[in-house]
Structures are given as structure tokens and as C-alpha cells.
Design a protein around this ligand. Structure first.
Ligand SMILES: CC(C)(COP(=O)(O)OP(=O)(O)OC[C@H]1O[C@@H](n2cnc3c(N)ncnc32)[C@H](O)[C@@H]1OP(=O)(O)O)[C@@H](O)C(=O)NCCC(=O)NCCS
Length: 151
């Protein structure tokens, strides 16, 4: 997302799968990170970018988007808890809180009759030491832990 030639926001999607309990492999998308430049937060740009990018994702024919996020923001764009669709998060014990794990069908009914486990695609896994090396290229900043932040 650009404003006056400056980058003010971004979002991305990646293909992944649900391993269905009946043995099928269900293609879905995952999403993120979505971000809006800090000085322009809470002005509606994030929701506009999210809704626009979901429309574009739907145009590719994808059936559903699943990912980790805060229902306070994503719920306004039609996301619900993935557990309500019968989809579980990989490696998360059944009794753990899964309220961070969200889902939106892009094709209504796409997940009807499906239960299974969502897999984060390999592209999202990074080595901590690679991240640290990359971050060293920027001026140092103090890491904060803010409400709604997962990591
Ligand atoms: C999350 C983010 C993209 C939202 O963008 P934004 O432009 O600030 O959001 P919007 O102004 O479009 O917000 C729309 C509504 O979503 C809700 N919302 C937005 N940010 C929220 C938050 N952090 N917590 C709870 N609700 C939130 C609010 O209800 C908001 O409406 P309101 O301002 O009238 O109350 C932005 O805050 C951001 O870049 N955060 C840092 C990166 C990040 O955490 N990305 C998410 C990774 S999963």
C-alpha cells in the first residue's frame, strides 16, 4: 500500500494445507505479516488493506485463509476462530487456548464437512540467528511486548 509514492503498508499470502482427518489434503492460504507504518496506525488503512488483499486472494480461487492473529482487528473483516470450522492448529495440545488461530472462508462452505490440522508453511520458519544477523543491519531498538502481540 502506497501513499504519495511512499510505502505505508504491506500484506502477503502463502499457500499451505489442512491435513484433513479423512486423509484428504485441503489447499488453503495463510497470510501475513500485515503491517501499517506506525505513524498511520488506527486510521483505517489496515482494514482497507486487509479487505482489498482478501478480495485479491479470493480472485485466485483460494477457498479459505487461516493464520494467527487478534480477533479484535481481523474479526471486523469476517474472520472467526478456526476451531469453529473444525480446524486445529499444528502442534497445539487440544486443551491449550487456540483463540489466536483464525479462519475466513473465501468460498462460502469451503470447509463444510472438513475437520483437520492446519500446517504453517515452511517459508514462515526462520532461524533465530538469521533474524538476529538481519536485524543487526538496522539501528538498535528496544524490543517491547504490547497487548495482542504473540511473540
Ligand atoms: C494490525 C495493524 C495492521 C492494524 O492496522 P491499522 O491501520 O492500525 O488498523 P485500522 O485503523 O484499520 O483498525 C480497524 C479496526 O481494527 C481494530 N484494531 C486495530 N488495531 C487493533 C489492535 N491492535 N487491537 C485490537 N483491535 C484493533 C479497531 O477496532 C480498529 O477500529 P477503531 O480504530 O475504529 O477502533 C497495525 O496496527 C500494525 O501494523 N501493527 C503492527 C504489525 C502487526 O502486529 N501486524 C499483525 C500481525 S498478525
Amino acid at each position: 500500500m502506497e501513499q504519495d509514492g511512499n510505502l505505508i503498508g504491506q500484506n502477503m499470502f502463502m499457500r499451505t494445507i489442512i491435513e484433513a482427518d479423512d486423509g484428504r489434503t485441503i489447499p488453503v492460504l495463510t497470510m501475513g505479516p500485515i503491517g501499517i507504518t506506525p505513524e498511520l496506525k488506527r486510521k483505517g488503512y489496515g482494514k482497507a488493506l486487509l479487505d482489498y488483499s482478501l478480495e485479491k486472494a479470493a480472485e485466485t480461487g483460494a477457498g479459505a485463509v487461516l493464520f494467527e492473529g487478534n480477533i479484535g482487528f481481523y474479526g471486523k473483516s469476517g474472520f472467526d476462530y478456526a476451531g469453529r470450522f473444525g480446524i486445529r492448529y499444528h502442534d497445539l495440545p487440544e486443551d491449550e487456548d487456540a483463540s489466536f488461530f483464525l479462519c475466513k472462508e473465501l468460498i462460502p462452505g469451503y470447509l463444510d464437512g472438513i475437520t483437520g490440522v492446519y500446517q504453517t508453511p515452511q517459508g514462515y520458519y526462520v532461524k533465530d540467528e538469521d533474524v538476529e544477523a538481519f536485524d543487526k543491519g538496522f539501528p538498535p531498538r528496544k524490543k517491547l511486548k504490547l497487548p495482542g502481540q504473540i511473540f
